[in-house]
Design a protein around this ligand. Structure first.
Ligand SMILES: C[S@@+](CC[C@H](N)C(=O)[O-])C[C@H]1O[C@@H](n2cnc3c(N)ncnc32)[C@H](O)[C@@H]1O
Length: 325
């Protein structure tokens, strides 16, 4: 099963040799950052180790050796044991889903580019890797430490990697905690224009926020639908998923497809990992966890076969515009 994936001998290994400067920066991340900020590097490690399907040449640099090694060891073990799902596959599918929906969203605006705002951008590199963004202005938002470190790592890597070329028309990094009330004001001060077509990317972020702040963020985006064509791409955990880390995960929605219309979005589509638009040929084993979940009504909280919690990650696309389309 999972026959099209490389086997445990042939899984692509990290190739980058880190300079002393890059090693030291990653040592700082490991010793000084909390686990929420460190999740930025963990997701980069996922993209780096699934690079046979995800094109992200900067992911290795941003991941750091420790996260790469941890995930690589898990992947090798999974492949050796013929596991029905391989570690990191969720990140690979999620990245591909966001990439493809982002491309469609930008196209749907009919040319001329868009604004793309990434909340909790972490080590995202879409501004450097997606051709569809060449006419778009990209805004990355994350904690000051994360935004600064991203810049410093890129500087430290000059000579180690080919200088990354920006594809997006522009990229601005906004250092702010989105739990603070002034994050939208800071986005505006950085050049964001509410009247311009906008795609909002909330990838791996909304569940880190307390309920009221998550709702506040979604409301601000929904309010923007009244001003301009707006597309929201976001992943939501259901309640059972947030139990995986009571300290880090807070906000959940079992029914984001009902929540978002109630806030003002007019068109909402929900996918689960393994659905036809969220599979990418990476989930061959019919007994994989995702297929087991997709076969059950979403209202079911524990699997009837073995009582395990139904932990779901919803990939959600929502849109809105001043004329309600
Ligand atoms: C799991 S990572 C996802 C990063 C990126 N979106 C990706 O998919 O690679 C979560 C990111 O959200 C950021 N984050 C969490 N809470 C935040 C907050 N309150 N304000 C700003 N950024 C936050 C973290 O620093 C981290 O970079």
């Amino acid at each position: 099963m999972n026959g099209s994936l490389p086997d445990h001998h042939n899984w692509p290994q990290p190739v980058l040799s880190y300079s002393e400067a890059v090693r030291e920066l990653h040592a700082t991340i490991e010793s000084e950052w909390d686990s929420v900020k460190q999740s930025a590097c963990q997701t980069a490690a996922g993209r780096a180790l699934w690079n046979h399907v995800v094109n992200d040449p900067l992911a290795e640099l941003f991941a750091g050796e420790t996260y790469l090694k941890n995930l690589y060891d898990k992947i090798k073990k999974d492949r050796l044991n013929n596991a029905p799902e391989v570690s990191g596959v969720i990140l690979a599918v999620r990245t591909l889903w966001f990439d493809s929906k982002l491309e469609l969203a930008v196209e749907s605006f009919g040319g001329g580019g868009a604004q793309v705002v990434l909340l909790g951008a972490g080590m995202d590199t879409r501004a450097y890797r997606l051709e569809c963004l060449k006419e778009s202005d990209v805004y990355e938002i994350d904690f000051p430490e994360v935004m600064q470190m991203k810049h410093t790592l890129l500087q430290a890597a000059i000579g180690l990697i080919n200088e990354p070329t920006m594809i997006a028309k522009s990229l601005r990094r906004i250092a702010v905690d989105i739990r603070d009330d002034d994050w939208f004001k800071k986005l505006m001060e950085s050049g964001f224009i509410p009247e311009k077509n906008t795609v909002w990317i909330l990838e791996g972020i909304i569940y880190y926020l307390p309920h009221s702040q998550a709702m506040g963020v979604l409301k601000i985006i929904a309010d923007n639908c009244r001003i301009t064509h707006t597309v929201l791409l976001a992943d939501f955990m259901n309640k059972q998923s947030t139990a995986l880390s009571a300290t880090n995960y807070h906000f959940y929605s079992d029914w984001p497809d009902q929540l978002l219309p109630s806030l003002g979005f007019s068109d909402v589509k929900l996918s689960q990992i393994g659905d036809p638009d969220a599979d990418y040929g990476l989930l061959h084993d019919p007994h994989n966890l995702f297929n087991r979940l997709r076969g059950l009504p979403r209202s079911i909280q524990n699997h009837p076969d073995d009582g395990t919690p139904c932990r779901r990650l919803y990939l959600v696309q929502a849109s809105g515009s001043p004329n309600g389309s």
